[in-house]
Design a protein around this ligand. Structure first.
Ligand code: ATP
Length: 274
């Protein structure tokens, strides 16, 4: 979407502290990751190993950031792909790409001397959508390959694969993906509340010259319903307004105009897609 921007370079490590709000999602994810590394205890207790973590929630709420932070937290290499990259006209190409993704993760982790690799697949619903009786055979093959790869993940293999997927449309996912032993840990990533919005605004104000008069609490109150990506866009647009006025600092009116602009942008987006 037009409001999507990446927080810094994709390869720079990202800490959970750099993700605003999402306290519950962060805590649940960290718990899952802490659990994953306790291989011995898991084996001793005969617990079925966790294969994949599914992050679900509206666009721009920080799912990709969470996956990157998970990689850093577990000292893993990080590989990402989007579901749409596996959609190909020719049967078998998508499945081949899935296979390559997993083998690339293993090779890269080994080369880097890491014990694990995080594979992040965004828009998982594109490949993992409900199967509808043979109409989309190509999608079936790709999904089947993903299921095969998931079944092949072992907790004591080296390097260990941590699969994280994200979707805005959890209800569209094929039941096979949600079964125990597949994506059996689901973490909801919702729109931020006011406190979360303030936290996100503060993160994105960090590298910007904010005028002393600016009250980010007020901005957080006025941006009800905004996602993290939209809040990032507000801060960025406000800086652009400041620059246009050759103002050395970002002032309250720049932020108000930016809020309106981001809100309007969303409206026109929605109207044109009607
Ligand atoms: P999509 O479902 O569209 O892929 P997403 O949930 O993966 O979205 P991200 O890609 O993580 O969203 O977020 C997009 C950008 O929005 C980030 O690079 C960041 O600049 C900003 N952002 C989103 N959520 C947060 C957050 N919780 N804290 C700080 N920045 C955020």
């Amino acid at each position: 979407s037009s409001t999507k921007r990446s927080a810094g370079n994709k390869s720079t490590p990202l800490l959970f502290e750099q993700i605003g709000g999402q306290e519950r999602a962060k805590q649940e994810l960290i718990e899952s990751l802490d659990f994953l590394v306790k291989e011995e205890q898991i084996a001793k207790l005969g617990i079925r190993p966790m294969k994949g973590i599914l992050l679900s929630g509206p666009p721009g709420t920080g799912k990709t950031l969470l996956a990157r932070a998970a990689a850093h937290y577990t000292d893993s290499i990080y590989l990402s792909a989007s579901g749409s990259e596996f959609v190909e006209m020719y049967v078998g190409v998508g499945a081949g790409r899935i296979r390559d993704l997993f083998s690339e993760a293993r090779t890269k982790a080994k080369k880097a001397g890491k014990k694990s690799a995080v594979i992040f697949i965004d828009e998982i619903e594109v490949i993992g959508g409900k199967r509808d009786g043979g109409q989309h055979r190509e999608y079936d093959q790709t999904l089947n390959q993903l299921l095969t790869e998931m079944d092949g993940i072992h907790p004591n293999e080296s390097p260990r694969i941590l699969l994280i997927a994200a979707t805005n449309r959890k209800e569209m996912l094929d039941a096979a993906l949600l079964r125990p032993g597949r994506f059996d840990r689901h973490i909801g990533v919702d729109l931020p509340d006011k406190k979360g919005r303030l936290h996100i605004l503060n993160i994105h104000a960090d590298n910007k010259p904010m005028d002393e008069s600016v009250d980010l609490e007020k901005v957080a109150a006025e941006s009800f319903g905004f996602s993290g990506a939209q809040l990032e866009a507000v801060m960025n647009e406000a800086a652009i307004y400041a620059m246009r006025e050759t103002s050395a600092t970002i002032m309250e009116r720049h932020l108000s105009m930016a809020i309106d602009k981001v809100m309007m942008g969303e409206k026109t987006d929605r109207e044109t897609t009607k």
